[in-house]
Design a protein around this ligand. Sequence first.
Ligand code: GTP
Ligand code: MG
Length: 307
Amino acid sequence: MNSSFGSEIGERPGFRSGFIAVLGLPNSGKSTLINAFFDRQPLIVSAKPQTSRFQVRCISTTDERQAILVDTPGWHAEGRTLGKFMRREIARSVEGTDATLFVVDAARPQVERVRYAWGVLLKDSEAPVVLVLNKIDLVGRGKLPELLDKLCKIFEPKEIVPVSALKKENLLELDRVVTSLLPEGPLLYPPDTQIDKPDEFLFGEFIREQVYRVAREEVPFSCAVHVETVEQGEASVRIEAELLVERDSQKAILIGAAGQNISKIRTLARDRIRRFTGGKVQLELRVKVHARWASDEKLLERMGHSV
Ligand SMILES: Nc1nc2c(ncn2[C@@H]2O[C@H](COP(=O)(O)OP(=O)(O)OP(=O)(O)O)[C@@H](O)[C@H]2O)c(=O)[nH]1
Ligand SMILES: [Mg+2]
């Protein structure tokens, strides 16, 4: 057993560890589901589809197991360079995984789209698949058995678990299933690690999350955040970031009349970062037009800080 982390966790006989890819259509609640495993919400979430763009490993450690839950962008067949980049991020997550959670929105199951995504994503994977039927809080209890039965027949998953990630319903059962699917093994990350991305990435994502909340029309989808400076103080952090958009008109929307929107984004992002770090946050934002950021693979890779 691995004892290099100087902790008893992970040294017990029967300890389990491994990778769980979390897949599904956009907006099915993948990131919300992973966040529910943590006190501090490491992932960004929004009511709009196509929020997550990168593969992000979140590490949840208990006395019994270390589950590395891999968040992925919602699967979408179309899209230019960014779409291709996102599909590659998903494909990377499926490789070498110990199990897959395929999240389906109970309120909008979209069976045909799920069937297509399932076929494409899992064609080379031998890992067991758990169908997580999420958002059951939005569906009448009477309708649930029929829906579960239907999905079971179509997809024949190893297990099917109805949950509400938002209301934290039935998550203990999901945890039990996840744990049972992990192989016995040592800690793969130090037990206090929660996410395998650097701070710049997290801060950039927390800023981007607020763009989804504040900006209208297509602006959030056309916006990327490039964190230029992170200066860590004793109990504070100073962050400078650029918000990249593709057109002048989007820049105008993002800034808003008399700077209203950007100042709202800044306040919300500062609070979100503060909730995560627990310290003081100084945040400076600039909006810049970069017509081709979404087709600049190198820039996308840098923003995703692939590890
Ligand atoms: N009512 C309800 N809403 C949920 C639940 N889980 C997630 N949501 C909402 O669904 C929306 C999408 O959630 P996300 O976690 O961002 O979904 P995602 O699958 O990560 O989306 P992408 O990253 O765009 O693929 C948000 O508004 C969530 O609050 C749930 O169990 N019940
Ligand atoms: Mg997401």
